[in-house]
Design a binder for this molecule. Sequence first.
Ligand code: UDP
Length: 337
Amino acid sequence: MVSLVTGGAGFIGSHLCEALAEQGDSVIILDDLSTGCRENIEYLSKQGLVEFIEGTVLDADLVSKLVERADRIFHLAAAVGVKLVLERPLHTARVNIWGSHNVLEAAIECGGKTLLLASTSEVYGKQNGECVSEDSLSLLGPVSEIRWIYGASKLIDEYLAQAYLHGDGDDAGASGIRLVTVRFFNVTGPRQTGAYGMVVPRFVQAALRGDPLTVYGDGKQIRCFCHVKDVVRAVMRLVEQPSASGQVFNVGSDEPVTIAELAERVLRITDSDSSVVYIPYSEAYGHGVDDVARRVPDLTKLRKFLGFQHRYCLDDIVREMAEYYAVRGDASLSKPS
Ligand code: UDP
């Protein structure tokens, strides 16, 4: 089985490549090293377990050549992270929309491929229900709020994927590909960088250094953090199921925590004397940010479909990340910008 992983040198991508190589797949990685880094796949490259191609999903010819060689394509390459999206909204839109377009075009052209499209909980926008299921409405914020370009671009990807799958007119339903979409909810774990805004590596690294943990806003916003290895297991099982094709799945954890509580837990688990400081969003990002107050996935569909069970709780994740950063540090923070 040949698996192509776009964004394979990134945080989630590198864990996925490791698991694919472990099960004996030939793994091709396409990554432009914009937010990913060589260190993430160093061990895999050294052992000859992956073929690494440095390039972008915006290069349609390259994408086409690599897709042709693969049986399965895991399309993870995307511009992610609130901080990055705010700094580079145009880049975000280009990479996310044109990159996915190129991958989908190539898969359709070749036919017979299985494709996994990585999407995000951001597509639900400001949907603040008890928990959001795959059929919940998307409540994206106003166009003037630039952060929504991330959710909007990934939602376009999802619609594009459905359109490619169904085809037009006489070709309807004859795409010859299998395609499953997964919406990731706050995936975290070792190797995640804090450079683009993700809160868990930022808190854990600050606690280890003895620096203050900086909470944005009032700290009452709610998230559920899922270990990347649980996410990878779910993804690998979903692509094996023909009946998953055409479907969308929430993938994450449903163990809610406020960001203020997360800060306290990180301090307790790392036994750190760091303080916790609260700053407004305008100070954190240079201008106001429309944050999501509550983001909890309904995982009923994933659980029923796969009989899925998590192996890691939040405390396990923080403990493992503390051990990891104490030894390795954050590779992306030393990357030339
Ligand atoms: N956050 C924070 N301090 C940080 C980074 C993030 O308080 O150093 C907050 C952020 O405003 C958000 C939550 O933590 O409310 C989760 O942020 P992250 O960027 O990890 O994920 P997302 O916003 O995409 O859920």
